[in-house]
Design a protein around this ligand. Structure first.
Ligand code: GLN
Length: 538
């Protein structure tokens, strides 16, 4: 019998419900159960692919090419598994399939309604993933906040699931913010009380409350929350701010979360082995060698836009014993000349050229890349970042002054980055990029090969444009060589010969980086950068 844990959120969004869900999932998996996690996004978009990263954060790409919510990234990193695009359910998907069924006449003349047709569709999506993944325990996180209009059909569906699956097979976890008044330092529980009331109004009595707070939850506050939420005090947990998100499972474990979960779900309690995780957290926190990493992109004001890259750097840094110091550089500022490259890059140890779309800020990226290339500073370009490395090299080394990506200048005489043939004349923008994991053949003797130490690797993708293979020979004869390509002819990795580390990739290795298993490319990049920082007089 599958057990379902439903996670709802109260008071505010962005309080770390995704990390909390991932943490619970990871703890249960550590007991030896098979676990999967589903994110429900109540918006009407079919997937996150068409959403602006500036508003919504990063689009996380799954192995099977789903463009999903960034919480799937947390789930994959904490659970150390590849999830499917089906692990992200949206209102758009649910309505899409209900409407298709209606058009096919499958409702046999019925009036199609939110209850039962939409709620049935939601329940059957959840159950079919549970079955497909053969999971003992499925966590289902409902995005947004209790009380949002969009979320109602989902809450109604999980309310029904309690009845259908049974009390001992379902658990409701409510994650809510407990603000602290600066003046008195007092933790205020009223917002939690209200959000629990709102949940109860729609028929859901939470079993566990997880209080997000700045400082550990005070006994007084815990008692109050328990009383007003109608749960025992042992079922109220403090999820206070910690140095790194990877500590959250440990914080919850220490308070006995697994005992409560096992008791309520009638699961056999098994003492989890968290030693490797504890080691990783200790390494992450104790690393003292500071590495100054320039992060050059145009969505730098919303850090969540690059969350998988930041996490991949943290994983690699823990393994390399370095403490990353992120220096965020807005490429638009460089473009407009309000900051000078030598000022912002003058004392960094390495740089990442971040992914992106569209023209704004690109000339800033090109300027920065030139400085990094000429000054032999370790540089890693990801996807669009790689494409800008190609443009910079074409202009400043090959002398093709007007070289550009066709995405930025459709009429350029030297489209060194061009639209992939498979991307021509598309009718739909959603879900049509070159997506997901592809096999990539690496070339021996290159830095990239040294990083992976494998002939074939699988990395994930999300792009429409790529290096124009007509230019391969001129690039290679000037020292910017191919270090990996995929079987459909896309140049996947390139590197500059006479440079410490000047590597670009069309793929997104960050999506597969895990705390205990860092991305080989990021790991090698951090290693080279550390050696460089050590050797340079600082
Ligand atoms: N805009 C570029 C493309 O579509 C790069 C996309 C990215 O960085 N993910 O090819």
């Amino acid at each position: 019998m599958t057990k379902y844990i439903f996670v709802t959120g109260g008071v505010l969004s962005s309080v770390g419900k995704g990390v909390t869900t991932a943490s619970i999932a990871m703890l249960i998996k550590s007991m030896g159960y098979s676990v999967t996690a589903i994110k429900i996004d109540p918006y009407i978009n079919v997937d996150a692919g068409t959403m602006n990263p500036y508003a919504h954060g990063e689009v996380f790409v799954t192995e099977d090419g789903g463009e999903t919510d960034l919480d799937l990234g947390h789930y994959e990193r904490f659970l150390n598994v590849n999830l499917s695009k089906r692990n992200n359910i949206t209102t758009g998907q649910i309505y899409y399939s209900v409407i298709m069924k209606e058009r096919r006449g499958e409702y046999l003349g019925a009036t199609v309604q939110i209850i039962p047709h939409v709620t049935d569709e939601i329940k059957s999506s959840i159950r079919s993933i549970a079955k497909e993944m053969n999971a003992d325990v499925v966590l289902v996180e409902i995005g947004g906040t209790v009380g949002d209009i969009e979320g109602l059909p989902f809450l109604e569906a999980i309310r029904q699931m309690r009845l259908e699956e049974g009390f001992y097979n379902t658990l409701f976890v409510h994650v809510a913010l407990v603000p602290m008044l600066k003046a008195t330092g007092e933790q205020k529980t009223k917002p939690v009380q209200h959000s629990v009331q709102e949940l109860r109004r729609i028929g859901i009595q939470p079993d566990v409350i997880i209080a997000r707070c700045e400082k550990p939850l005070e006994p007084e506050a815990r008692k109050k929350i328990a009383l007003y939420s109608n749960v025992p005090p042992e079922a109220v947990f403090s999820n206070h701010d910690v140095e790194t998100i990877y500590e959250v499972p440990l914080v919850l474990y220490e308070q006995g979360l697994l005992r409560i979960v096992c008791e309520r779900l009638r699961l056999e309690y098994r003492e989890p082995d968290l030693s490797k995780w504890v080691d990783f957290v200790a390494k992450l926190k104790s690393a003292s060698f500071k590495l100054r990493i320039a992060m050059i992109g145009k969505y730098t004001k919303l850090r969540d836009s690059y969350i998988s890259i930041v996490e991949a750097i943290k994983h690699a840094s823990a393994h390399q014993g370095v403490k990353p110091e992120f220096i965020w550089i807005e490429s638009t500022d460089v473009e407009q000349g309000s900051v000078r490259v030598e000022d912002v890059l003058g004392n960094v140890d390495c740089a990442l050229i971040l992914p992106g779309f569209g023209k704004r800020g690109t000339e800033g990226k090109v300027k920065a890349i030139r400085y990094l290339r000429e000054n032999n500073i370790p540089t890693l370009g990801i996807c669009f970042g790689f494409q800008m490395m190609i443009v910079e090299f074409a202009r400043n080394v090959l002398g093709l002054k007007d070289a550009n990506s066709r995405e930025l200048d459709p009429n350029t005489a030297n489209p060194v980055v061009d639209l992939l043939p498979s991307q021509q004349n598309l009718q739909f923008m959603g879900g049509t990029m070159r997506l997901g994991a592809k096999p990539i053949k690496l070339i021996r003797g290159t830095l990239v090969y040294e990083a992976y130490k494998k002939d074939v690797v699988f990395e994930r993708h999300r792009h429409r444009y790529a290096f124009n293979t007509k230019y391969v020979d001129v690039f290679e004869s000037s020292g910017f060589v191919i270090s990996g390509f995929s079987y459909d002819g896309v140049i996947e990795f390139m590197e500059l010969k006479d440079h410490r580390f000047f590597v670009g990739t069309q793929s997104h290795p960050e999506f597969k980086s895990r705390p205990l298993n860092p991305s080989p490319l990021y790991n090698f990049f951090i290693y080279v950068s550390k050696e460089y920082a050590r050797s340079s007089a600082r």
